[in-house]
Design a protein around this ligand. Structure first.
Ligand SMILES: Nc1nc2c(c(=O)[nH]1)N[C@H]1C(S)=C(S)[C@@H](COP(=O)(O)OP(=O)(O)OC[C@H]3O[C@@H](n4cnc5c(=O)[nH]c(N)nc54)[C@H](O)[C@@H]3O)O[C@H]1N2
Ligand SMILES: Nc1nc2c(c(=O)[nH]1)N[C@H]1C(S)=C(S)[C@@H](COP(=O)(O)OP(=O)(O)OC[C@H]3O[C@@H](n4cnc5c(=O)[nH]c(N)nc54)[C@H](O)[C@@H]3O)O[C@H]1N2
Ligand code: SF4
Ligand SMILES: [Mo]
Length: 782
């Protein structure tokens, strides 16, 4: 564990934490917001006159939603948070969204008291009630539901709004103390990475961000770090200055494509076909790294042709059979002095066995460059060049970061082929190579749950998250009578919003815990006012930052807003398990940190680096699987009836998929994340509204626009059988013809979410979200 912030850049600026605190009164943070290009100082962006910070007290906290968890410094004058700036201890800097938290804390529309619905759901009529009344009502509703429907009638949904240890981890414990609840399974974010990466490579959240600058070839595949991992973008630029080539594969000329040497447009949901075509070339031209494959992968493991299963040398998961070319016999893969065969096609065991390599090669065979071009629209010569470049320019890094490519109908195969390519080319374990996932301290430290959760009692069915609306409406797997919603925005982020809205209206009692009147809060029966960053104490040590951070309470929340911990504690007391929850945040933080070697006292001095520096995932090619090798055969896929090695399955909601649907809705809509928000979070803050506007857009190719009589700036409607999304057209050839890009995260109050049209198909291999295989038509608004 290193206590200092190690970043080379910071060393160059020689600002220590101590000197920063001393000089902080005069310090002014530069703020940027991506391509919007806003650069200024606090004085420029303050409401009215600059604030006198001479006697300000400073506190540190962290930006909590599913972003980079930047460390923040808050200034308090007379009990009011007057300024938030990027903490210079953090090697990458907070953006305008993070700094706008000062406006979130002080927002005039903060919910200050529990609000009980008085009109129809969604009508926006409320009356304030006391916490005592609110918690009594919740207890009554929970007990009524338990009596009528059993614990199966209770459900809670948490999301990505706050990665602090004292928020979402409490909800699991709370509802299990009640006896259990019907769970939602699968994340809308990166479910298929979660189900593919750990069995293949041994773990998740292994990021390569520390050594991007050391790479010579950066393949940005279906992700847009210039917007979504913005503060690390300088490292890509540094790599390019050092001679790296950067290539971006995206249907859209993204902000990252604009910074790259090459943009490769592709049809959404076809990335696995492109990858298989690249791998065919790499295999047939023997561009693979044989030494790496032999020592660090499972490609030579035998597969029994009769069962289709890998042949094990013993009953556990650590020893498999291979064919030794020296002794011409079948031996355990970890036997000494052997030379395992990649292929057994021409050996005497070929009747009974094949190898993982043979299976993979077989899947690539049909993917000639011409066939790849037909399926993906990537020109054949580009496929060949891409394969050559990625296999030969080293070190090569692939950037995937939970990208859009995997929120597609068979996204698991797209994730899998990227790992295959990286393993075949030996691109792991050294600075400048690897595949960049989201990452953070959890890969290295075991942070404990703050409250130990009992086991749920009884049998529970489950609800696949992409189908939340449909399942709740259809009482699948059973009727839900009580729904608790925290840290998520069902009305903006969940596909098929009309079904979600109808479900929220149908469920007898919906509690939403949030700090502002979000689009989801609008459909609650009861809203509980929540604290936000700088108003409560927490620990941030999660999957998005390499730092363990203390979130200090700096000011009192407005009205009677309470933290999630306080809310659960009040309820737990009334429900008879109060002592499990009745702890101070500091006590619970100590529990979280036990065994990590990091102490609360240490964190009070500043953020602590929780990963080695630089962090190099699977250093020297040692993977975290039981065999310590990259295991490219996936038993889980086979158990679900799918090919256990990567193949390509054409999406259904796709221009060359369901013909009837494609005739009715001929435009392929992809989603994109935008600078103004993290999902729906920050969407109503004044600085954000001022700098990034208040209307959703659709990017449409000029020929597609002309065919529909649409001009740049026109108000249009994107629609399909699921619903309508109103937006403003950007007519520009920054996207492939036939594809449109819709923006993520827009509030109902600003015209509504693009999720009104997105597909709620559940990716069948991993249970993921397929919003990027959505067909729409677009018309000019009447
Ligand atoms: N500003 C901002 N930053 C964020 C977030 C945010 O909401 N706002 N969210 C955070 C979170 S939770 C996540 S998961 C990450 C996600 O980060 P990204 O992956 O960068 O997010 P997206 O914008 O959804 O998708 C990236 C790109 O995928 C492209 N795309 C869509 N479908 C396909 C496809 O089938 N194939 C290929 N090759 N490309 C495709 C889109 O055109 C888009 O440019 O960002 C994180 N950072
Ligand atoms: N159409 C479309 N849908 C998408 C995507 C897309 O690109 N397009 N992307 C998908 C992805 S990658 C992701 S990760 C998901 C994200 O979807 P969500 O997890 O729903 O993210 P947000 O919209 O940011 O909602 C977070 C909410 O938590 C609240 N919150 C913040 N802090 C706290 C707290 O301390 N306590 C409580 N109780 N609440 C708090 C915020 O105010 C906000 O209302 O969306 C997915 N859905
Ligand atoms: S929104 Fe993301 S990039 Fe901006 S300050 Fe917060 S964590 Fe950092
Ligand atoms: Mo996400």
């Amino acid at each position: 564990m290193v206590m200092t912030t190690e970043n080379k850049r910071k060393e160059a600026t020689k600002i220590s934490r101590r000197t920063f605190i001393k000089g902080s009164g005069a310090a002014a943070a530069a703020v940027t917001l991506g391509s919007a290009g806003i650069v200024g100082t606090w004085a420029d962006v303050a409401e009215g006159a600059p604030v006198d910070l001479t006697n300000a007290k400073t506190f540190t906290s962290s930006c909590t939603m599913e972003c980079l968890h930047h460390n923040l410094k808050g200034y308090v004058v007379d009990g009011k948070l007057v300024k938030v700036e990027a903490n210079t201890d953090d090697p990458t800097k907070a953006c305008l969204r993070g700094l706008s938290r000062v406006q979130w804390v002080n927002h005039p529309d903060r919910i200050k008291m529990p609000m009980l619905r008085t009109g129809e759901k969604g009508e926006g009529k409320w009356k304030e009630i006391s916490w005592d009344e609110a918690t009594d009502l919740i207890v009554t509703k929970i007990k009524e539901t338990q009596k009528e429907l059993g614990n199966q009638g209770i459900a809670y949904k948490g999301g990505s709004g706050n990665f602090g240890q004292l928020v979402n981890p409490l909800s699991g414990a709370f509802f299990n103390y009640l006896g259990g609840s019907t769970p939602f399974v699968g994340s809308l974010c990166c479910q298929v990475v979660t189900t593919t990466m750990p069995p293949m490579l041994g773990s998740r959240y292994e990021d390569t961000r520390d050594t991007i600058q050391d790479s010579k070839y950066i393949l940005v595949w279906g992700t847009n770090p210039a917007v979504t991992m913005q503060s690390y973008m300088y490292r890509y630029m540094d790599a390019m200055s050092n001679g790296a080539r950067m290539v971006t594969i995206d249907p859209r000329f993204s902000e990252t494509a604009a910074k790259s040497d090459e943009w490769i447009p592709i049809l959404p949901g076809t990335d696995a076909a492109l990858g298989l075509g690249m791998l065919k070339i790499i295999i047939e031209e023997k561009l693979y790294d044989l030494d790496f494959l032999q020592n660090h992968s499972s490609v030579h493991f035998l597969v029994d042709k009769a069962t289709g299963d890998q042949a094990k040398a013993d009953d556990n998961e650590t020893s498999y059979l291979v064919y030794d070319e020296i002794s011409k016999s079948i031996v355990a893969h970890d036997a000494k002095g052997i030379s395992p065969a990649l292929s057994v096609a021409n050996t005497e065991i070929s009747e009974k066995y094949t190898t993982v390599f043979d299976l993979i090669y077989e899947e690539t065979k049909i993917w000639t460059p011409e066939k790849v071009q037909e399926e993906t629209d990537v020109p054949a010569e580009t496929v060949i060049r891409l394969a050559h470049e990625y296999a030969t320019i080293k070190p090569a890094m692939m950037i995937t970061n939970m990208g859009g490519f995997q929120r597609t109908e068979y996204g698991s195969y797209a994730v899998g082929i990227q790992f295959y390519l990286s393993v075949f080319t030996g691109n792991w374990g050294k600075p400048g190579n690897g595949v960049c996932d989201a990452g953070g301290v959890q890969t290295n430290l075991k942070i404990n749950a703050p409250i130990k959760s009992p086991k749920p009692q009884g049998e529970f069915g489950s609800i696949p998250s992409p189908k939340l609306g449909e399942y709740l409406l259809a009482d699948k797997p059973n009727k839900i009578g009580f729904l608790w919603v925290m840290t998520t925005s069902l009305m903006t982020q969940f596909p098929n919003t009309n079904a979600v809205k109808a479900a929220l209206k149908k469920i007898p009692f919906v509690v939403v815990v949030d700090s502002l009147m979000t689009p989801t809060a609008l459909y609650a029966d009861l809203i509980l006012p929540n604290t936000t960053v700088f108003e409560y104490t927490d620990l941030l040590a999660n999957n998005r930052s390499h730092y363990v951070q203390l979130m200090e309470k700096a000011v009192e929340p407005p009205g009677e807003a309470k933290s999630d911990l306080e809310i659960f504690t009040m309820l737990a007391k009334k429900l008879g398990f109060g002592e499990a929850f009745d702890k101070t945040p500091e006590e619970l933080i100590e529990v979280c940190l036990e065994g990590t070697g990091i102490t609360l006292e240490q964190l009070k001095q500043g953020p602590v680096l929780g990963t080695p520096d630089p962090y190099i995932p699977y250093k020297d090619g040692i993977f975290k699987t039981p065999t310590q090798k990259a295991e490219l055969y996936m038993p889980m896929w086979k158990s679900k009836g799918f090919n256990p090695v990567v193949t390509y399955i054409r999406p259904n909601e796709f221009i060359h998929g369901d013909k009837e649907l494609a005739a009715k809705y001929p435009l392929m809509a992809v989603q994109r994340k935008i600078n103004r928000t993290i999902h729906s979070t920050f969407g109503n803050l004044p600085w954000i509204l001022e700098t990034c506007g208040d209307k959703p857009h659709v990017l449409i190719h000029s020929e597609d626009a002309a065919a529909r009589g649409i001009n740049d700036g026109d108000r249009v409607v994107a629609f399909n059988d699921r619903g309508e999304h109103k937006c403003v057209a950007i007519v520009k050839d920054h996207i492939k013809k036939g594809i449109v890009a819709l923006e993520n995260g827009w509030w109902e109050q600003h015209g509504g979410s693009s999720s009104y049209v997105t597909s709620d198909f559940v990716e069948p291999l991993g249970g993921g979200h397929s919003c990027n295989n959505t067909l729409v038509e677009i018309r000019k608004e009447a």
